[in-house]
Design a protein around this ligand. Structure first.
Ligand code: SAM
Length: 286
């Protein structure tokens, strides 16, 4: 999990959990191993509310992409740390509102690339590339990215639920600054990451994830805000993404596996769990 920078490995490790496969299990997916399922259960035993937070982030992704395509008229999407294909993937949502929308998915997990190829077969306006998103300039210059994304026109860069996988603050800030510089006025950056209000809670959450072998940093909401580039957050600003333009009528997520059922809804049952969240929003480059 703590692979050095450089070309991502194509070896598929099934003896350590990966964020992509753990997230897949949390979303009701089947593309995961026993080690990932056990890690999700362990995280939720130690950090009740984790499952709800992951699922709330995915529901936010739908609302953010719908806003960008339907309301902001964006027709190009660069999805950094895209995760495994599931239902209501970015290209499904974007193309529902902008049928000619182009989408490039970027992830460093080889399983995402393998499954992404199946996704590509269904859509020639969509590509998946395997890369480390902290090598941001290389991604922006990548030929396949350039084929689908024209940076002289408004684009939405999605960086959702991946900032916590980049523990070094300077690396994350530089990555986001590079993106903000590269996009033209009228473009957007959507961002979310695991965060808490209280610093002690952030340290506890980070300890649980790193204890499972993951490269991880839960930040405070204040730290996240300070790392984001100087762009204009659209209403309602930077917030617990569960509260970002909530829509009870949006398409639901697939149901979870039986062992996860006891963890569904626990966040709403205890006010203290509201301290932990996926924190973020959608920012406009004016
Ligand atoms: C929790 S998933 C989020 C998926 C999706 N963005 C969403 O919000 O629904 C995080 C993804 O980021 C990927 N990831 C983590 N660090 C990365 C890096 N440095 N470069 C590329 N992908 C990365 C993981 O492999 C995983 O698929």
């Amino acid at each position: 999990m703590t692979a050095p920078k450089g070309p991502p490995s194509r070896n598929i490790a099934n003896d350590v959990p990966t964020p992509a496969r753990m997230y897949d299990y949390s979303l009701g997916g089947k593309d995961n191993y026993a080690v990932d399922r056990e890690a999700v259960l362990e995280v939720n035993r130690r950090l009740p509310g984790g499952l709800d937070i992951a699922r709330q982030n995915r529901l936010f992704l739908y609302r953010a992409v719908r806003f960008l395509a339907r309301d902001a008229g964006i027709r190009q999407f660069l999805d950094l740390g895209s995760g495994l294909p599931t239902q209501q993937n970015v290209h499904h949502v974007a193309q529902e509102f902008q049928p000619d929308a182009h989408v490039v998915y970027v992830d460093n997990d080889p399983v995402v690339l393998t499954h992404g190829r199946a996704l590509l077969a269904e859509n020639d306006q969509t590509k998946v590339i395997m890369a480390d998103i902290t090598e941001t300039s290389e991604i922006l210059a990548n030929e396949q990215v350039r084929q689908l994304i024209d940076l002289s026109k408004p684009v939405a860069v999605l960086c959702l639920s991946v900032g916590h996988s980049i523990p070094d603050d300077v690396t994350l800030r530089d990555m986001l600054a590079t993106l903000a510089d590269a996009i033209c006025p009228g473009s957007y950056l959507a961002f979310s990451q695991a965060a808490t209000v209280a610093p002690e809670q952030a340290a506890i959450a980070t300890g649980v994830a790193t204890g499972l072998g993951m490269k991880w940093k839960t930040r405070t909401t204040e730290e996240v805000s300070a790392l984001l580039p100087d762009l204009e957050p659209v209403e309602p600003g930077l917030i617990d993404v569960d509260d970002w333009r909530p829509d009870p009528t949006q398409p639901p997520l697939p149901p979870v596996d039986a062992p996860l059922l006891p963890f569904i809804g626990v966040r709403a049952q205890n006010e203290a769990f509201k301290d932990s969240m996926e924190f973020g929003g959608v920012l406009l480059k004016p």
